[in-house]
Design a protein. Structure first.
Length: 308
């Protein structure tokens, strides 16, 4: 009997594995541990730990996995480097690797999960797509299909499908389908759906938001204090104003609004041409003025000569 089989046999004997059929059909389970009914039942690979009823039941060549809990990593066959702790954690994952699922039903529905971390009861519970996500909190990213996103908080990014988003707070970023959004606070960014590149802090946002920054809520926050602005002088600066909706911007002078708008529409080349034309017009006016003065002076000279 090989050392591996001898070790496996001792493991089964010590855990009453023959009766429970743990490690029953394997042949190369070196450094593996199986405790529970049919845990690691068919495994033929090393360095796995399966504790619980049917834990890693279907594993064949997947190695370096940890499954703790009834049904944890049950469907895993070739996936490696997974950690599933909790009843039915990573139960459907067959070949994906480098996942961490901690909590009952965490990452239970994903068939080919890669690099996902789900911590909390039903975190990424019914997520069947998406890679390299981090979901922390009960039902965080529960139906999510996003990739490379981070959701922290109860039900954060619950339905999200957009990629590269960050949502921190209860139900934050609930319905993201856009990408590159950052929302912080309970219910933050809940109103955003298809928009991308938004930053919403303490604000639920709006459905039309796209490339918008919102900080605070007008119904809650009444004053704003920002250090490093008052008393600091900058060159070539412009005045900043705020409208009734709290939007910041630069206002044109009321008296010169029309000229200002025209000036903004002109290109740099057009501005240069306009400046040259203005200079030519000024020179023409000067020439006409000088010419008129010369004509008057000549007339005076002729009258004087005639009188003599």
């Amino acid at each position: 009997m090989s050392d591996a089989r001898a070790w496996a046999a001792r493991s089964r004997s010590q855990s009453d594995g023959y009766r429970d059929q743990a490690l029953l059909n394997g042949s190369n389970e070196a450094d593996s541990t199986a405790i529970g009914y049919e845990a690691l039942y068919s495994s033929d690979s090393a360095q796995n730990t399966a504790i619980g009823w049917f834990a890693m039941f279907n594993n064949t060549t997947g190695g370096a996995n940890v499954a703790v809990g009834a049904g944890a990593l049950t469907a895993n066959t070739t996936g490696e480097g997974n950690v599933g702790v909790g009843i039915y954690a990573l139960v459907a994952n067959a070949a994906g690797g480098e996942n961490v699922a901690v909590g009952s039903d965490a990452l239970q529905a994903h068939p080919f999960s890669i690099g996902n971390t789900a911590i909390g009861c039903s975190a990424m519970g019914l997520s069947a797509a998406g890679i390299y996500n981090t979901a922390v909190g009960n039902t965080a990213m529960f139906f999510g299909s996003a990739s490379e996103s981070t959701a922290v908080g109860d039900s954060a990014m619950y339905y999200a499908s957009g990629n590269d988003n960050v949502a921190l707070g209860r139900e934050a970023g609930l319905n993201f389908t856009g990408s590159y959004n950052i929302v912080i606070g309970a219910y933050a960014g809940q109103g955003i759906t298809t928009g991308s590149n938004n930053i919403e802090i303490g604000n639920q946002g709006a459905k039309k938001d796209n490339a918008i920054i919102r900080i605070g809520d007008a119904s809650t926050q009444k004053q704003t204090f920002i250090a490093g602005i008052s008393g600091v002088k900058i060159s070539n600066g412009v005045a900043v104003v705020i409208n009734k909706q709290g939007q910041l911007g630069v206002a044109a002078s009321t008296e010169n609004a029309e000229n200002t708008q025209l000036h903004r529409e002109l290109t740099e080349e057009q501005r240069e041409v306009a400046a040259l034309e203005a200079r030519v017009a000024s020179l023409e006016a000067t020439v006409e003025k000088v010419s008129a003065q010369m004509q008057i002076k000549t007339g005076h000279t002729r009258v004087a000569s005639a009188n003599e």
